[in-house]
Design a protein around this ligand. Structure first.
Ligand SMILES: [Zn+2]
Length: 267
């Protein structure tokens, strides 16, 4: 069995403030270690379930957060950003049996986590697709679906886990924290690791419960920026248009074309 793990930090147990997610800030060290520990137990559980290959994508900010020495073998670590439109699941292809999203968070304009955002917390209000606010979860679950790979387990904040279950009840979720306003209430880190270990074990228990997502036939995308100057310039992306002073619009039947667009209009 070949497993893909995408790791973020804003859905790691107890994280509450942007300084804790920022490598240049002293508060980050504790949460970088916690992120690594949560990914490590996911790797251990995947290996125990029969994974012989595990690719871990460090998918937060610089893509250089996880402490490789603390991940168990046979995990391999993909660091940094190639610029491939698959973004937080780059390197994922049809050869993988399942994907796991560890430390993920609620989407921009969705709340449920003080650090909720989609792709860019500084430049974007959020992204709407077919009238609904898009989370990084849905964005990348659909990217995985392009490769026929199911997302089997997601850990992160409660609001995200609620969204994941509504998206597909066969995906195992392990909520580790609840956000309200600028505050969080979180599991003890050891309890969170136990929950993630158990979630991955249940998710990968054969036969795999989760199936690859079904892609909608059409995508009406609105990228809502925080600054009208940024929206104006990005609306010149081929096929895009300015819907209103803050919003870049784009329509297609091909999710890969949306992923390509997002590489150029969200930064
Ligand atoms: Zn992140």
């Amino acid at each position: 069995m070949k497993i893909y793990i995408s790791a973020d930090i804003e859905g790691v147990t107890g994280i509450t403030d942007w300084g804790e997610a920022d490598k240049s800030h002293a508060d980050n060290a504790e949460f970088r270690e916690r992120m690594t520990a949560e990914v490590a137990v996911a790797c251990e559980a995947a290996a125990a379930a029969g994974a012989t290959e595990i690719l871990v994508k460090d998918a937060h900010w610089t893509g250089r957060n996880l402490l490789a020495e603390r991940l168990p073998r046979p995990a391999q670590l993909l660091r940094g950003w190639s610029g491939h439109p698959y973004s937080m699941v780059q390197g994922l292809d049809r050869s993988f049996d399942a994907a796991l999203f560890i430390g993920w968070h609620s989407g921009g304009s969705r709340g449920g986590n003080p650090l909720a955002h989609t792709l860019s917390s500084s430049g974007l209000m959020g992204i709407r697709v077919n009238g609904e606010w898009l989370s990084e979860f849905r964005l990348h679950a659909w990217a995985a679906a392009l490769e026929g790979v199911p997302v089997a387990c997601v850990s992160g904040d409660e609001a995200l886990c609620d969204e994941v279950r509504a998206f597909d009840e066969t995906i195992v979720t392990t909520p580790v924290a609840r956000g309200f306003g600028a505050a969080t209430l979180a599991l003890h880190p050891a309890d969170a690791r136990d929950a993630i270990r158990d979630g991955v074990r249940r998710a990968l228990h054969r036969p795999l419960r989760a199936r690859a997502a079904v892609l909608p036939p059409h995508f009406d995308v609105q990228v809502v920026r925080k600054d009208a100057r940024d929206a104006y310039r990005r609306a010149f992306y081929p096929g895009a248009r300015l819907v209103d002073p803050m919003t870049v619009g784009y329509e297609t039947d091909d999710w890969f074309e949306v992923l390509r667009l997002l590489q150029f209009v969200t930064g």
